[in-house]
Design a protein around this ligand. Structure first.
Ligand code: ADP
Length: 401
């Protein structure tokens, strides 16, 4: 039964999605299997979610409102075509959307969830208030005396908003690099509220967990994955992860506390550091489907995309467990500037036993751009074998892995 706080809304058949990149594209695929219709707000007709050539077999046409993500008037038009609006990315104009929420537009997750998480500094404050461990953090300006605040090098400086794929995350090893960092913003009128500083966490591994909560408060946690970032961008993710029971419990407690205290409806991506002494520290929360959850499409009984749709549509959540002994997901990142569909490389990747290639249909490759991902199901849960497979996939994709 719906709880009191949940607005009574009719059975949901149309879902509005703000954002039309690959996350929306994969959500569209899941929507088809649930018999839902998706309407996307995205600037270009060529964006992955609208790219019909990607789904030629089904010729499944997606409705669209062609407008920038932050255009709230366009979101009002989107909302007229659906019963619930959700997010593919968070580059939205929250204040403008609040007017729509006040007029009765149903956003899931609600805007209060985004408000707590969009600004990384405020997100850390929120996590700290819940007793969730985060790296030491503070706001920073060119005048900040880091030592006086208890920081020592190396530190990590982050844009408080609009960071993604490591854009906006800066590793600063010493005072000279700090000076150089600020020089890059010398002409900027206001750097006061733009950045935060974080203690560098000498992590042993990076982990992530996808966590979903439905309109009725039902919670489903996915198996924890290990992720590997190169130059701050995710290269691969593997599952399952062998963790001591107390670490598993700690992660589950963090995920559940976050979902419940946010009153979140939908899925969250929770990125974590595992320290050499076995502590778990939260790096970042994303209020949406996430790259670290991509292997759920091929390796879990319910994909993160289906789960998110189930949650926002008031459907019962699906089983998040793995249906293979193990799985590895490798991001296919751009390594050059080129116009290419990389067909030959994709064919080589697809020929790997138990591999599935997900190609996002972007025609112009750029350095670091996410062009697709490949998932391989494994008949083992051994970490070493999963990493060996990740390397094999990377060697088929990157000219210089
Ligand atoms: P984005 O939001 O752009 O994904 P993140 O804040 O998640 O950026 O940082 C990207 C990567 O940078 C992380 O996955 C991790 O590898 C590294 N990183 C970020 N913060 C820290 C930190 N405090 N200590 C050590 N490494 C960090």
């Amino acid at each position: 039964m719906n709880s009191d706080r949940t607005p009574a809304i009719p059975a949901i058949r149309q879902v509005g999605v703000i954002g039309g990149g690959q996350l929306a594209w994969m959500m569209v695929e899941a929507a088809q299997s649930l018999g839902l219709e998706i309407v996307v707000q995205t600037p270009r007709a060529t964006d992955p979610a609208l790219n019909n050539s990607l789904r030629a077999e089904t010729a499944f046409a997606i409705k669209a409102v062609l407008a920038p993500i932050g255009d709230a008037e366009a979101t009002a038009r989107l909302a007229q075509q659906c019963q619930v609006v959700t997010f593919e990315n968070e580059f939205v104009d929250l204040d403008a959307l609040r007017h729509l929420e006040a007029q009765g537009v149903c956003f899931r997750p609600g805007l209060s969830v985004l408000a707590a998480l969009l600004d990384k500094y405020e997100q850390h404050q929120f996590l700290e208030s819940l007793g969730v461990p985060v790296p030491a953090f503070a706001t920073i300006t060119p005048q900040t005396d880091l030592a006086a605040l208890g920081f020592s090098f190396p530190v990590v400086i982050k844009s408080r908003r609009h960071g993604y794929d490591g854009q906006g995350t800066f590793m600063v090893r010493d005072a000279a690099e700090l000076a150089q960092f600020w020089q890059g913003f010398a002409g900027d009128a206001d750097t006061t509220h733009r950045f935060m500083v974080e203690a560098f966490v000498p992590f042993e591994r990076e982990l992530a967990v996808m966590a979903a909560r439905s309109a009725t408060g039902e919670i489903a946690l996915y198996p924890v994955v290990e992720t590997y970032q190169k130059q701050q961008v995710c290269r691969w993710a593997i599952a399952p992860v062998a963790l001591p029971p107390q670490t598993q419990t700690q992660i589950q407690t963090i995920a559940t506390r976050l979902l419940e205290s946010l009153d979140a409806i939908g899925i969250l991506g929770i990125e974590l550091f595992l320290t050499p002494d076995g502590r778990v520290v939260v790096n970042e929360i994303a209020p949406r489907t996430h790259n670290s959850g991509h292997l759920t499409i091929d390796a879990c009984k319910t994909s993160q995309f289906e789960q998110h749709l189930r949650a926002v549509c008031g459907l019962p959540l699906g089983d998040p467990s793995l249906h293979a002994a193990g799985a590895v997901m490798v991001n296919l990142l751009g390594y050059e500037t080129a116009m290419s569909d990389y067909l030959e490389q994709r064919q080589h990747l697809a020929a790997v036993p138990n591999a599935t290639v997900h190609w996002y249909g972007k025609t112009d490759a750029k350095l670091g751009r996410k062009l697709g991902h490949a998932t391989v199901l494994l008949n083992t849960s051994e970490r070493e074998q999963a990493i060996a497979m990740a390397r094999q996939i990377e060697a088929l994709w990157y000219p210089n892995p």
